[in-house]
Design a binder for this molecule. Structure first.
Ligand SMILES: [Zn+2]
Length: 307
């Protein structure tokens, strides 16, 4: 840890942040117009209050950074689609219909994509390449709220949907919050039984008995939950450690919806250790914020758990 001679000053040496932290000078949040209950302005307030970092809210990421060639962008997005969740990513030329589908979504960002999984790291790389060079720096933290579901291929040999993917930029998926962390075990039983009885997957009927026990689409608790995931992305950017072991800390890496609701809705606070880290970030001198290092594209990226 960097210790500087501060004797005689009010600031104690331990108050200055460690040299390997990357405290951004500015946070850019990108809206998800498809989520009626996501209030990104409140999340920006939270960043200003809790971390003392200026924060602005932009329109959705692809509207802001996508550039004029929508067809090329649609093709690049379609190329990150996962075609088989049981196999590692295999690059494939997107089909004509898939490109048209993405074009329509780019035209109407308030539309939500049902049931398509995208490879998280290819998707993040595509976003990173769209950032203008002056903003592609560790001085700027970019957190995009997205309706697309991003997944990572894990050691258990399949893809899992993620609520948050920490990288550069970071993505908090409003659909991933619903589909990533597991719902109550009994829900899957009810869903399976109803599927056999009806010959189709009746999502709404299966969800009904468990209402409130998981975060659903357009959930009134979404802003609260998304704030916690955005904080995980910020903590990853600053300290490289997005998650916490304390189940009551907002940085807890929830496997289950019940854990997610405990950490983000019921507790809604940071643990003592992370409160202290947030305080040190908020108190950091402007000179400590935003070293001019470039984000390394090969930097280890991190993601939340899920199914
Ligand atoms: Zn913690």
């Amino acid at each position: 840890m960097a210790r500087t001679a501060t004797r005689g000053k009010r600031r104690s040496p331990s108050a200055s942040p460690p040299a390997d932290w990357d405290i951004p000078r500015v946070v850019h949040l990108y809206a998800d117009p498809s989520s009626g209950t996501l209030r990104v302005g409140e999340i920006a307030d939270h960043f200003r209050d809790e971390l003392g970092i200026p924060c602005d809210v932009r329109e959705d990421f692809f509207s802001h950074h996508g550039g004029p060639d929508r067809e090329a962008l649609a093709r690049a997005i379609a190329a990150t689609r996962v075609r088989n969740i049981m196999r590692p990513f295999q690059p494939m030329e997107p089909l004509f219909g898939e490109v048209q589908f993405e074009l329509r979504l780019l035209d109407e960002p308030a539309k939500r994509v049902p049931g398509i999984l995208y490879d998280a790291y290819r998707y993040l790389r595509l976003m990173r390449e769209l950032l203008p060079p002056r903003e592609r720096t560790l001085r700027a933290l970019h957190v995009a709220f997205e309706h697309r579901i991003l997944g990572t291929f894990d050691e258990d040999g399949r893809y899992h949907a993620r609520a948050v993917v920490c990288g550069y930029p970071s993505v908090v998926s409003t659909s991933g919050i619903v589909e990533g962390p597991a719902k109550p075990a009994a829900y899957y039983k009810v869903k399976a039984q109803l599927s056999i009885a009806l010959g189709a997957i009746p999502f709404d009927a299966a969800k009904e008995p468990f209402k409130g026990q998981f975060i659903d689409y357009d959930d009134p608790r979404l802003t609260r939950v998304a704030t916690g995931y955005a904080l995980q992305a910020a903590m990853y950017h600053i300290t490289k450690e997005p998650f916490c072991e304390d189940p009551d800390c907002r940085l807890f890496n929830a496997h289950w919806q019940a854990e997610l609701i405990r950490a983000q809705v019921q507790s809604h606070r940071l643990c003592q250790r992370h409160r202290e880290i947030a305080r040190r970030v908020a108190r950091a001198e402007p000179s400590a914020k935003g070293l001019s290092r470039e984000p390394a594209s090969g930097r280890r990226e991190s993601h939340g758990r899920g199914r």
